[in-house]
Design a protein around this ligand. Structure first.
Ligand SMILES: Cc1ncc(COP(=O)(O)O)c(C=O)c1O
Length: 354
């Protein structure tokens, strides 16, 4: 009998948002709208798509594992050295690298109870323990994490998935000042651009906090979720460690080139941010009018209380061709997460909910 490590039994299966094809097939539908995985409703950046197409003649070649073009562009964007960057096959790969690099068996990582589940799964995969702290009035807990003495990694999701709640830069900065330098802080900023807030000076932060690892992704704002590109920004010391265990060709060539092009696509970025802000406001107001509680989101999704019948309502919406995310697996069984869509998609959703 083949036995995997027994601590893996404590990792629940990851439940992704249901796919359009899955729902089309199940309900024999021609059209399905998916507002379940916080993807960009405008699709991918056009400059990224053009760059991706150009890669066709190079598919037989291995990519350069260090992703030099992309790293160079990111170093310029963030005013940091190239040695402060690592590219991942999605930012979730970097979460995995961080856990493998900094957690020993039976160590503790801490984070929120209702947040991105990969924090706990990468922790448990290395035989460490994830100590989950409850949200504080739907905000990511910060102070309680500081008081847990044995933590080797602190995960912070800001804005938090699935609530969309956001702590201002000053709060994060004050928190970083209090964390012991022998604890790795993973600051996951997958949705930061949608807050409309000024970016924190990450170049200064990583200098002041050599134990800080910031994560960013091309999956959301730039619309490249299918290509899998994310990156980490940290002190040279942390990046060097992560690179030791990174697989040599983790990010593929088309993904590297598309991401580099997406960074130049300011028109697409502006259009996406404008659409999101207007849609988030419209959805929030109209779902309020329908008598529903909507949490104050600063991301590209909103978190809404549907109450005791949430699973049934989610299933009924699916049967009508509208896929949203049930938050049972996030420990919030009376809530759903709805990605902000195009104006038409948002209208369709509200029409069904009313
Ligand atoms: C908070 C958070 N972090 C990280 C990720 C992973 O993003 P990526 O597609 O870059 O792996 C997600 C994806 O939904 C997320 O919600």
């Amino acid at each position: 009998m083949l036995n995997a490590r027994k601590e893996l039994n404590s990792i629940p299966d990851y439940i992704p948002g249901k796919s359009i094809d899955e729902i089309k097939e199940k309900y024999k539908l021609k059209q399905v709208i998916k507002l379940a995985s916080n993807e960009n409703p405008l699709g991918a950046s056009p400059l990224a798509k053009a760059a991706y197409k150009k890669c066709v003649e190079k598919l037989h070649l291995y990519p350069r594992g260090s992703a030099p073009e992309l790293v160079h562009k990111l170093a310029v964007k963030w005013k940091i050295k190239e040695e402060n960057l690592i590219i991942g096959n999605g930012s979730d790969e970097i979460l995995d690298l961080a856990a493998r690099a900094y957690l020993n068996k039976n160590d503790y990582a801490v984070g929120a109870s209702s947040t991105f589940s990969v924090y706990s799964s990468v922790t448990k995969a290395v035989g460490a323990k994830y100590k989950a702290f409850p949200l504080e009035n739907f905000y990511y807990p910060i102070e309680p994490l500081l008081n847990f003495e044995n933590a080797k990694i602190i995960f912070i999701c800001n804005p938090n998935n699935p609530t969309g709640t956001y702590h201002k830069n000053e709060i994060i900065f004050n928190f970083l000042k209090k964390v012991s330098k022998d604890v790795l802080v993973v600051l996951d900023m997958a949705y930061m651009e949608f807050t409309g807030e000024k970016e924190p000076p990450l170049n200064k932060w990583i200098e002041q906090f050599p134990n800080l690892l910031c994560l960013r992704t091309f999956s959301k704002l730039y619309g490249l979720a299918g290509l899998r590109v994310g990156y980490g920004i940290a002190s040279e010391q942390v990046i060097k460690v992560l690179k030791k265990i990174k697989l040599p060709f983790n990010s593929n060539y088309p993904a590297q080139m598309a991401a580099a092009a997406a960074l130049r696509d300011t028109a697409f970025v502006e259009k996406s941010l404008k659409l999101n802000e207007a849609g988030r406001e419209w959805l929030t107001q109209n779902l309020h009018k329908a008598g529903l509680d909507v949490l104050p989101s600063r991301a590209n999704f909103i978190c809404v209380k549907f109450g005791k019948r949430t699973p049934q309502i989610v299933e009924w919406l699916e049967s009508k061709g509208m896929v949203i995310r049930f938050l049972g697996s996030f420990g919030m069984p009376e809530y759903v997460r709805i990605t902000v869509g195009t104006a038409l998609e948002n209208k369709k959703l509200v029409g069904l909910v009313f």
